[in-house]
Each structure stands twice: as structure tokens, then as C-alpha cells.
Design a protein around this ligand. Structure first.
Ligand SMILES: Cc1cc2nc3c(=O)[nH]c(=O)nc-3n(C[C@H](O)[C@H](O)[C@H](O)COP(=O)(O)OP(=O)(O)OC[C@H]3O[C@@H](n4cnc5c(N)ncnc54)[C@H](O)[C@@H]3O)c2cc1C
Length: 321
């Protein structure tokens, strides 16, 4: 029997989330090397039509009113009912607020190994090796997978997406909802969206990001001028947001947002691991910092050991003069 790499499809308000396509891309790359196929698990209420847009060889659809909002308990119970018979080589789940709970539940219920916070998964020789973040990314652990089916909770933004269906839609197979859905202990009542953000920094092509080196809220005006002159949006490290100088929607990093702009211009940011996690995949990183040992220079394509105020003034003169 052909091995399968299975992916849990996460969807929100009728659309698969971006991380779903990232996991399907990852599954496809692993499957191509192993001669395996890609199987998507699509659960929800009236979501069957989404199956045709998924780049998978087969899509297993389970529909039930208890799956109206994808909540951890019903999602995990469906997976725990299906997986012992399906026995995929891997189950890829997004390491999101939903997926973290689902992955842990399924792994515990089936006694399968779990690699959480996975940021890389690749073949090394005949083995699959997953790289997991520990202690908020301060330590990276390489985990060599054995032959057992394994649950991987993969970080959003860590893998390239596979958004295009590679040909005819995969085989769509509908399965009955398992009886366990009739006796759930939790109930999803309402989906509350966070307040609309002033700008969406995750979609910005250019970002000027400021850190504690900016010294005071008043100095943000200078950074804003630099951002405007470059056609960029202003973002920040966490301390500035914690201080209330900028809204949470502008925070880059582990507890903020992950960004992948074409340009990330970092002014007075040290480059703590929690910050790097949110921006290290930017196409071009330019950092200005007074401290030549600042870790931000470890990920920067270009760096200036300089005073951010002097650099900003000089840049404005060039761009506006
Ligand atoms: C669980 C957890 C989650 C976290 N999440 C996030 C997160 O999402 N995002 C985030 O950013 N942080 C996060 N942090 C905080 C993180 O650990 C760092 O404390 C934070 O990123 C530091 O911000 P900073 O670089 O602005 O400040 P600092 O580390 O204080 O760095 C300021 C830098 O400015 C430089 N500087 C000072 N003056 C000038 C000048 N005039 N010109 C040029 N350079 C100058 C200094 O050399 C220094 O390198 C998190 C921490 C934890 C524990």
C-alpha cells in the first residue's frame, strides 16, 4: 500500500488558512521523495466544496454540526477515530491555537510520537529529521523519526506553500462522523474576532521596524517619516508595544506577528530570538544598531554599526532632498 502523508486542513470562515497550504506543500515534498501520496483531512459543517481547491491526492471529508467551528475536541475525536485504520506515515497539523491542542490530544490518544513547534522537516539519508523549537526558540532540537506514524505540529510561516492544485482534483472520499461527536464535553459557542487592525503588517512589502533604541515615543515621528519616505509601514519590537507607543497589530515576533516583507529595515532592535522568529524570513534585512555584537546582525543582509538617528536623518535627506 502506498504510504500517505496526511494533513489536517484548518479553515476559518469558509476558507482554508494559509498554513494549510504550507503544510500541503511540505507534505507534497516529503511524499515526492518517499513515493507516498498526500491525504487531506477536511472536517467542518458544509465544507465539502473546499475539497476541490486542495492540492492533495485524496481528501477525506467529514461533515457534522459539531464541527461548525473547528474546535479542538471534535476535531481531535474525528482524527482519533479515523487514524488507526488510515495509518498515515505522518499527520501534519498546524501549530496554531487549534492545532496545538489537536496534535497533543491525538498523539496522547493513539500513543503516537509528537514533534511540536516544528520549523523544519527534511530527509537526511533514508531518515526523516524534524527540527523543533524548544524554550521559545532559544534551543533547536533535531528529532530523527522512526518508522512509527508521527504527529508533526508545524509552525506557520516555516514552510513554502503549495497553493496550486497540480492537476485534476484529488479523490474525494466522504466518511461518516464518528459516534463520539454526539457526546462532546466542550462546545464552541461563538467565534470572536480581534478588533480590526489599523494596518496589516503581514501583507506589507516594506517594513521599517523600531526597537528600544528609539528611546522615546516622540522619536517615533522620525521613524514614521523614514517609513513614509520608503513607502513602508512602521512596525516595532515588543517593548514599544508593551509601553503603549504602538498598537499590538504592529508587533513583530513570537507573541506578535510573523512578517515576510521584501524589505525589513530594523532600527535599534537587538535581535532577541523572540523578535527574529517573526522576521528572519524577510527577503532583505537591513539593520542599524550601535552595538556591533547585536544579534540582529546575524540575520541581516546589510548592517550599519551606527546611530539610528544619524542614519535616519541622512536617509531622509537623500530620499526627500
Ligand atoms: C515569551 C516571550 C515572547 C516575546 N515576544 C516578543 C515578540 O513577539 N517580539 C519582540 O520583539 N520581542 C518579544 N519578546 C521580548 C524579547 O525577548 C526582547 O526583550 C525584545 O525583542 C527586545 O526588544 P528591542 O530589541 O527593541 O530592545 P533591546 O533588546 O533593549 O535592544 C535595543 C537595541 O537598540 C540598540 N540601540 C540603542 N540606542 C541606539 C541608537 N541610538 N542607534 C542604534 N541602535 C541603538 C542597542 O544597541 C540594542 O541592541 C518576547 C519575550 C518573551 C519572554
Amino acid at each position: 500500500m502506498t504510504q500517505r502523508i496526511a494533513v489536517l486542513v484548518e479553515h476559518l470562515e469558509g476558507q482554508p488558512t494559509d498554513v494549510t497550504f504550507e503544510l500541503l506543500g511540505l507534505a507534497r515534498r516529503i511524499a515526492n521523495t518517499d513515493g507516498a501520496s498526500v491525504q487531506a483531512y477536511l472536517f467542518g459543517e458544509r465544507v465539502g466544496h473546499l475539497a476541490e481547491s486542495l492540492p492533495a491526492d485524496s481528501v477525506t471529508v467529514v461533515e457534522h454540526s459539531a464541527l461548525h467551528h473547528l474546535a479542538p475536541e471534535p476535531t481531535a475525536r474525528v482524527l482519533a477515530a479515523l487514524l488507526p485504520a488510515d495509518l498515515p506515515r505522518l499527520l501534519l497539523v498546524p501549530n496554531t491555537s487549534l492545532g496545538m491542542d489537536v496534535a497533543a490530544w491525538v498523539a496522547a490518544a493513539l500513543e503516537w510520537p509528537l514533534v511540536a513547534y516544528c520549523q523544519a522537516l527534511e530527509h537526511r539519508g533514508s531518515r526523516l529529521v524534524a527540527t523543533a523549537q524548544l524554550f521559545g526558540g532559544k534551543i533547536l532540537a533535531d528529532v530523527t523519526l522512526d518508522e512509527r506514524p508521527t504527529v508533526i505540529a508545524a509552525l506557520a510561516g516555516a514552510f513554502a506553500a503549495d497553493a496550486v492544485n497540480p492537476g485534476a482534483p484529488g479523490k474525494i472520499e466522504r466518511r461518516d462522523a464518528p459516534a463520539e461527536l454526539a457526546a462532546l464535553r466542550t462546545r464552541s459557542v461563538v467565534l470572536e474576532r480581534p478588533e480590526a487592525a489599523d494596518v496589516d503588517i503581514t501583507r506589507a512589502e516594506k517594513i521599517v521596524a523600531v526597537g528600544r533604541g528609539i528611546e522615546s515615543k516622540d522619536n517615533l515621528e522620525l521613524a514614521e517619516q523614514v517609513a513614509q519616505a520608503l513607502g513602508a509601514v512602521l512596525a516595532a519590537s515588543r517593548p514599544l508595544v508593551d509601553a503603549g507607543w504602538l498598537p499590538r497589530s504592529r508587533q513583530v515576533g513570537k507573541s506578535g506577528l510573523k512578517v515576510k516583507p521584501k524589505l525589513y529595515f530594523a532600527l535599534g532592535i537587538s535581535g532577541a530570538p523572540e523578535h527574529l522568529e517573526g522576521m528572519k524570513d524577510a527577503e532583505l534585512i537591513i539593520a542599524v544598531n550601535k552595538d556591533p555584537k547585536a544579534p540582529i546582525f546575524g540575520v541581516a543582509d546589510y548592517g550599519a554599526v551606527a546611530d539610528l538617528f544619524e542614519v535616519s536623518e541622512a536617509l531622509l535627506e537623500r530620499l526627500e532632498g
